[in-house]
Ligand binder design. Structure first.
Ligand code: PEP
Length: 251
């Protein structure tokens, strides 16, 4: 099986008012001009901007995603947004199980798996996040934690073609710290083996993104690592120059 097409996805988190659509338009235009080369690009703005972002990116290569969805299609869940609603708004991706949601909202692997299942059922691709805390890494629990998250957040019945796994060590998110390339290689190979066990040969086609303090200055080294099929980018996705400076690795 040939290597999957890389994906560089931006997670805007709780950032972005309507004025930020100008930065999105700059990213759209840079992607349309071939700035990401062979990579696919996506931006996941807050819910309030999803529909406007979809409208702004119609006909362009920049895909739009969201940052969470509810496991159910509809119902009495005040403040929540379903995957079907996101699809209806024109999104094509949704991030599920980000460590900030696992920590802030107590999301367990079972909840994340239900959300990923809802995303796939609605026709979205799910970016499923996994990653260990500093304490877990130092206690030698990295593979137990990440392996448990991969196995617990995915389902054998999922279509692997619409699953993306993002390995994001919690201690690397927003800190400027990153694992070494050798550490990233080891964890991504470990995740790949789990995907092969779950999906057979199709596990080879599941994109495994690295996320955590990716910047233009470290992207080339991190993206060159075997089994790294792109990046999930937080802070650096808010500025076109930084985001496209990362995506430019694939030109
Ligand atoms: C993230 O939160 O998904 C992330 C990768 O953040 P940052 O790039 O800012 O570390």
């Amino acid at each position: 099986m040939t290597a999957p097409r890389p994906l560089v996805a931006g997670n805007w988190k709780m950032n972005g008012l309507k004025a930020a659509l100008a930065e999105l338009a700059a990213i759209r235009d840079a992607a349309a001009a071939g700035g990401a080369g062979r990579a696919e690009t996506a931006i996941c703005p807050p819910f309030t901007l999803v529909a406007a972002a979809v409208e702004a990116c119609k006909g362009s290569p920049l895909a739009i995603g969201a940052q969470d969805c509810h496991p159910r299609v509809s119902g009495a869940h005040t403040g929540d947004v379903s995957a079907e609603m996101l699809r209806d708004a024109g999104a094509s991706y949704v991030i599920v199980g980000h460590s900030e949601r696992r920590a802030d909202h107590g999301e367990t692997n079972d909840i994340v798996r239900a959300k990923a299942g809802a995303a796939l059922a609605a026709g979205l691709a799910a970016i499923v996040c996994v990653g260990e805390t500093k304490g877990e890494r130092e206690a030698g629990q990295l593979t137990a934690v990440v392996g448990g998250q991969v196995d617990g957040s995915l389902d054998k019945g999922f279509d692997p073609a619409r699953i993306v796994v993002a390995y994001e060590p919690v201690w690397a998110i927003g800190t400027g710290l990153t694992p070494t390339a050798a550490d990233v290689a080891e964890v991504h190979a470990f995740i790949r083996a789990r995907l092969l066990a779950l999906y057979g040969a199709k596990g080879e086609g599941v994109r495994i993104l690295y996320g955590g303090s990716v910047k233009p200055s470290n992207a080339a080294e991190l993206m060159a690592v075997k089994n790294v099929d792109g990046a999930l980018v937080g802070g650096a996705s808010l500025k076109c120059a930084d985001f496209m400076g990362i995506a430019a690795v694939y030109r």
